[in-house]
Design a binder for this molecule. Structure first.
Ligand SMILES: Cc1ncc(COP(=O)(O)O)c(C=O)c1O
Length: 367
C-alpha cells in the first residue's frame, strides 16, 4: 500500500546528522530543559518573528497552557471551529471553559469570521482559529473581530508551521500561536512535542511556569502547574528538521501543485487565495463520491484518509453541549465529502500521477 507519509525516507536522508545531534544530547547527559530546547525556541521565535517561544510536551498542551496563561477559565466561552482534530476543543475543556462551535468556509475549511460574530456573548473570552490542513485562516477578519470585542486569539497552528498570510506567519497574529510536533506534522519530532509562540513577555513567563509545575525557580511553586516540557532529544531532532523546513514546505507545495494541475477540472481541489501561503500539511479533495473514490484508491493500493469524519460539535464527548446534526451544515457536509491524499516532501511524482489517474478514470467513467 502506498503510504500517506514516508518518515523513513526522510530520516535516511539526514540519518548521520540526526544521530550526531542525538549523540550530543546523550553525551551531555542533560535531557530536559537544556541547550537544544533553548536553541530550538530561539530559532522558532526568529522564524516566526515573535518575542517568545516556549517548548512544551505536545500541541494539545500548547493550546491548554496558552489558554490558561491568558486567563481563560470556568464560565468563559471560546469560539472555535468544529472541523479540526479533537484536541482543539479538549484544550478549551481542560481550562474549564465552554467551546462554542461555529461553521466553516466551504472553500478553505477554516472558521468563518461572519459566523464568529453571530456567536459572541458577554461570556466570550477567546477565539481559536485553526489553520486547517496548513492553510491560513482569515486572520485579518478574525483579529478585527477580536479587537472590536476585546477577545483573546489563540491560533491552533498544529498543521501550519511556515504558512503565512500577506507575509506574516501563522501563529504570530494572535495572542498566542500553538504548534504540534507530532511525528506526522510538517515539522515533526520523533515523539510528542509542541510549542507556544507569543509576543507578550509576561504571558510567556506564565506559560514557562505552567509547563514546569508552576515553578519559577527550583522548588519554588507559584501555582499548580503541569509537567509539560519538550525534552532535549526531541528538540535536537527538531533542530535538524528546522534547517529543512522551508525546503520541506516548498516540496509539499510543488507536489500539491501537480495534484491540482491534474485534478482541478474533475474534482474540488484546495484553494490558495492571493496573499495566502499554504504548507499542505494535508492535500484534501472534496466530492460527493468520496467513499467510492477512497475504495477505488484502496483497490489500487493507494492510501487516503478522511480528516475529519465527525465534526466536533456532534462528537459523543461533546453531547453535553447540546448540539445536533444540522447545526453546522458546512462542516457536516465537508466531513461527509473530504478525502486527503498522500502528501509529503519526498512523495514521488509518479505516485502523484498514478493517484490522479485512478481518480480521473473513476470520475470520467461516471463510476
Ligand atoms: C489541529 C490540531 N490541533 C491540535 C493537535 C494536537 O497536537 P498534539 O497531537 O501534538 O497534541 C493536532 C494534532 O494532533 C491538530 O492537528
Amino acid at each position: 500500500m502506498k503510504p500517506m507519509i514516508d518518515l523513513k525516507t526522510q530520516y535516511l536522508e539526514m540519518k548521520d546528522e540526526m544521530l550526531g545531534m542525538l549523540n550530543e544530547v546523550l553525551d551531555s547527559a542533560h535531557y530536559i530543559l537544556g541547550a537544544k530546547g533553548a536553541e530550538l525556541e530561539k530559532q522558532v521565535r526568529q522564524y516566526n518573528a515573535v518575542n517568545e517561544a516556549i517548548g512544551v510536551a505536545s500541541g494539545t498542551d500548547a493550546l491548554h497552557l496558552a489558554l490558561a496563561a491568558l486567563g481563560i477559565g470556568p464560565g468563559d466561552e471560546v469560539i472555535t471551529t468544529p472541523f479540526t482534530f479533537f484536541a482543539t476543543a479538549e484544550a478549551i475543556m481542560y481550562v474549564g471553559a465552554k467551546p462554542v462551535f461555529v461553521d466553516i468556509q466551504p472553500d478553505t475549511y477554516n472558521i468563518d469570521p461572519q459566523e464568529i460574530k453571530k456567536k459572541i456573548t458577554p461570556k466570550t473570552k477567546a477565539i481559536i482559529p485553526v489553520h486547517i490542513f496548513g492553510y491560513p485562516a482569515d486572520m485579518d477578519s478574525i483579529m478585527k473581530i477580536a479587537a472590536d470585542h476585546n477577545l483573546k486569539v489563540v491560533e491552533d497552528c498544529a498543521q501550519s508551521f511556515g504558512a503565512s498570510l500577506n507575509g506574516i506567519k501563522t501563529g504570530s497574529f494572535g495572542d498566542a500561536g500553538c504548534f504540534s510536533f507530532y511525528p506526522s506534522k510538517n515539522l515533526g519530532a520523533y515523539g510528542d512535542g509542541g510549542m507556544v509562540i507569543l509576543r507578550d513577555h509576561e504571558t510567556a513567563e506564565t506559560v514557562r511556569m505552567l509547563r514546569n509545575h508552576g515553578s519559577k525557580g527550583a522548588y519554588k511553586h507559584e501555582c499548580v502547574g503541569y509537567n509539560s516540557r519538550l525534552d532535549e532529544l526531541q528538540a535536537a531532532i527538531l533542530l535538524v528538521k528546522m534547517k529543512r523546513i522551508d525546503s520541506y514546505n516548498a516540496k509539499r507545495k510543488q507536489n500539491a501543485a501537480l495534484y491540482t494541475s491534474l485534478l482541478k477540472d474533475v474534482i474540488k481541489c484546495p484553494v490558495e487565495k492571493s496573499g495566502a501561503v499554504h504548507v499542505y500539511h494535508q492535500y484534501t479533495l472534496q466530492s460527493s463520491s468520496r467513499d467510492l473514490i477512497q475504495q477505488r484508491l484502496k483497490d489500487a493500493g493507494i492510501s487516503s484518509v478522511v480528516y475529519y469524519p465527525i465534526p466536533l460539535h456532534i462528537q459523543k464527548a461533546m453531547e453535553p453541549l447540546g448540539y445536533k446534526e444540522g447545526d453546522l451544515p458546512i462542516a457536516e457536509k465537508a466531513a461527509k465529502e473530504v478525502l486527503s491524499l498522500p502528501i509529503y516532501p519526498e512523495l514521488p511524482e509518479d505516485d502523484i500521477r498514478q493517484t490522479c489517474a485512478v481518480i480521473i478514470d473513476f470520475l470520467k467513467a461516471g463510476r
